[in-house]
Design a protein around this ligand. Structure first.
Ligand code: ATR
Length: 276
C-alpha cells in the first residue's frame, strides 16, 4: 500500500521490509537514521521496545505506550526540527520521532467500515495482548457507556482494567461477559487466524446474536468464524483490513506531510492480501 501511495504521489521513495532481531532494534534505528531514511514502521515485538529508543515521543506514542511509526527529522538552518522529506539537503543532526497510528486507526475503521460511534456505546472487547490493551485504552478514552473486557489470562485483563481506572475513572469497566445485548463486539485476540480455530468468545456465556456489530482485527482469513456467525445472525461486520489501511495512511501522512491517497492504498492492500 505504501509503494502504491508513493507511486501515486510521484515520490522518489521505496517502502521496504527488513527483518530485525529485537536485540538489534536500536542499531537498526540508528542505521536507518544514519542513512537518512524518511521513516520507519515497526511491528511486533518492536513497538514497545522502541519507546525507549527514539529521541522524541509524540503524544500518541506516550498515550498508548507503543511506537509503530518513526519519522526522522533534521535541524534546518534556523534550528527547527523538520521532517527529512521536507529538506533537499540534510544538514548536521538528525533525530527520531516516535508516533502511534494504531489506536486512531481502530476508531476510524469502526466509524467508516461499521458506522459505529464509540461515545455512549456498550462494547465487549476480547483480548488483552498488545493489540487488545491499546484498543481497550483507546475505546475507554472515547467515553463508551460501558466496556466489558474478556481475556483467557485474567491477570492481563485486570492490569488493563486498572490502567483504565487510573486514566478514565468515569468509564465503567466490567471484567467478564455482558448479560444484556451490546452495540459492538471487537476481537483483538489471535483466535481465528488459523482455519481450525474456534470462536474467540464462549458462546455459552455470550451469544453472538446479542450484538449489532462485530469488528475482528484479523484480516486474513477475510472472514473468520466469528465474522461469519455474526453476519449470518444479521450483525454489521468488518475485518481488520481497514485498521491496517488507516494506520498505514496516517503513517504515510506523518512521513510525507501530504494527504494519503486512500483509495489507491486500499486497492493495493486488497490486491496483495487477497489477490483480487
Ligand atoms: P497482539 O500483539 O496481536 O495483541 P499478543 O500480545 O500475543 O498479540 O496477544 C494475543 C491475544 O490473543 C491475547 O489476548 C491472548 O490471550 P492471553 O493473554 O491469555 O495469552 C489471546 N489468545 C491467543 N491464543 C488464544 C487462545 N487459544 N485462546 C484464547 N485467547 C488466545
Amino acid at each position: 500500500m505504501h509503494n502504491a501511495a508513493i507511486a501515486a504521489l510521484g515520490l522518489d521513495w521505496r517502502y521496504l521490509a527488513f527483518e530485525v532481531r529485537p536485540e538489534q532494534l536500536s542499531q537498526a534505528i540508528a542505521g536507518a537514521m544514519a542513512m537518512k531514511f524518511v521513516g520507519l514502521n515497526l511491528t511486533v515485538p518492536h513497538k514497545l521496545l522502541a519507546m525507549d529508543m527514539v529521541d522524541v515521543l509524540d503524544a500518541s506514542a506516550r498515550a498508548w505506550g507503543a511506537v509503530n511509526t518513526i519519522r526522522f527529522e533534521a535541524e534546518d538552518g534556523s534550528g527547527h526540527w523538520r521532517p527529512i522529506s521536507e529538506l533537499d539537503e540534510i544538514p548536521g543532526r538528525v533525530r527520531s520521532h516516535g508516533f502511534n497510528t494504531d489506536a486512531d486507526a481502530l476508531v476510524q475503521a469502526l466509524s467508516e467500515d461499521l458506522k459505529v460511534k464509540l461515545a455512549g456505546a456498550t462494547v465487549l472487547l476480547l483480548g488483552a495482548g498488545g493489540a487488545g490493551r491499546t484498543a481497550a485504552l483507546k475505546i475507554a478514552s472515547e467515553r463508551v457507556s460501558k466496556l466489558f473486557l474478556v481475556n483467557r489470562t485474567r491477570s492481563k485483563v485486570e492490569a488493563v482494567a486498572a490502567e483504565i481506572k487510573r486514566l478514565w475513572p468515569e468509564v465503567p469497566v466490567v471484567l467478564g461477559y455482558p448479560d444484556k445485548p451490546v452495540d459492538l463486539v471487537i476481537n483483538a485476540t489471535s483466535v481465528g487466524l488459523k482455519p481450525e480455530d474456534a470462536l474467540p468468545l464462549d458462546p455459552g456465556a455470550f451469544s453472538i446474536t446479542k450484538t449489532s456489530a462485530v469488528y475482528d482485527m484479523i484480516y486474513r482469513p477475510a472472514e473468520t468464524l466469528l465474522l461469519r456467525q455474526a453476519r449470518e445472525a444479521g450483525a454489521r461486520v468488518a475485518n481488520g483490513l481497514g485498521m491496517l489501511l488507516f494506520q498505514g495512511a496516517r503513517a504515510f501522512e506523518i512521513w510525507s506531510g501530504r494527504a494519503a491517497p486512500l483509495p489507491v492504498m486500499r486497492r493495493a492492500l486488497e490486491r496483495n492480501v487477497y489477490g483480487n
